[in-house]
Design a protein around this ligand. Sequence first.
Ligand SMILES: Nc1ncnc2c1ncn2[C@@H]1O[C@H](COP(=O)(O)O)[C@@H](OP(=O)(O)O)[C@H]1O
Ligand SMILES: CCc1ccc(OS(=O)(=O)O)cc1
Length: 305
Amino acid sequence: METMAKDKVEETRELDWALLPPGEVSQVDGIMLEKNTCNIWDKVWNFQAKPDDLVIASYPKAGTTWTQEIVDLIQNDGDIKKSRRAPIQLRQPFLEWVKPTCSGIDQANAMPSPRTLKTHLPVQLLPPSFWEKNCKIIYVARNAKDNMVSYYYFQRMNKGLPDPGSWDEYFETFLAGKVVWGSWYDHVKGWWRKKDSHPILYLFYEEMMKDPKREIRKVMEFLGKDLKEEILDKIVYNTSFDVMKKNPMTNYINEVRMNHNLSPFMRKGVIGDWKNQFTETQNKRFNEDYEKNMADTSLSFCMEL
Ligand SMILES: Nc1ncnc2c1ncn2[C@@H]1O[C@H](COP(=O)(O)O)[C@@H](OP(=O)(O)O)[C@H]1O
Ligand SMILES: CCc1ccc(OS(=O)(=O)O)cc1
């Protein structure tokens, strides 16, 4: 009886999701953003940062939630109960995200300091008060191929964003930078340049995969904390893919716009999944485009193990 009721709820959720229109987009200074964000752009741009605000910035699907959970656990000295106090989007407001009932900006304004805020904005669109107040920023980047595949599946399951179309169509859309939050190239390169003149800890998803403890220690030092080895080990364990996948507070489970049956929020969490998605022709085309666009930066990425 209970199972039947559960199935019915699931069926209703699926139907509700199918009836939702895909997300609408517009532009701010040539960058595609959700229309709801563009509608309140003045409010986003004029957001008043405080000196002890911490920003977690990234291109979407680069390992943001992973970094957010690491930061939250470090701030709470590895206390799991404290980190499970609320869904990640309530603990760390998503600055430019607008929902019918609230916005990241309102959430942040109502929050006591010290605040940790998440954003996917490209560096030139970060509200100027963060630079004026010299806020610490953690940026996480992921290799473009895996990032593209992850974003494709996310756009399929998230009706807050435009329908990505077929994989072949999306491949071109992504390379052209015609996705929400703009071109991957401009994003990772822009934030990379900025770290020379501002306190930015620039992390790589692949390095976090290879040696999570080393990268977590970097974050801890950047935040000015000093945690015992055993606490660091506890954080490594609790921010592993398998543990985070089972954590209801890191999976956006109650977001009506997300259909986790189509693709779960924590999907695979590996390096090199692009090999299961790219055709040989696409890989060749990608490599040519990549070489051209990355010629003017010292940034380099690991694309496979
Ligand atoms: N603890 C963890 N370890 C490794 N990958 C993780 C992770 N938590 C999330 N991810 C992966 O990070 C991506 C989501 O990033 P974001 O939080 O920026 O949206 C997803 O990638 P995949 O879609 O390749 O699985 C997700 O599985
Ligand atoms: C539009 C809703 C949305 C977009 C991006 C999100 O973040 S993440 O890339 O998965 O970190 C979350 C929700």
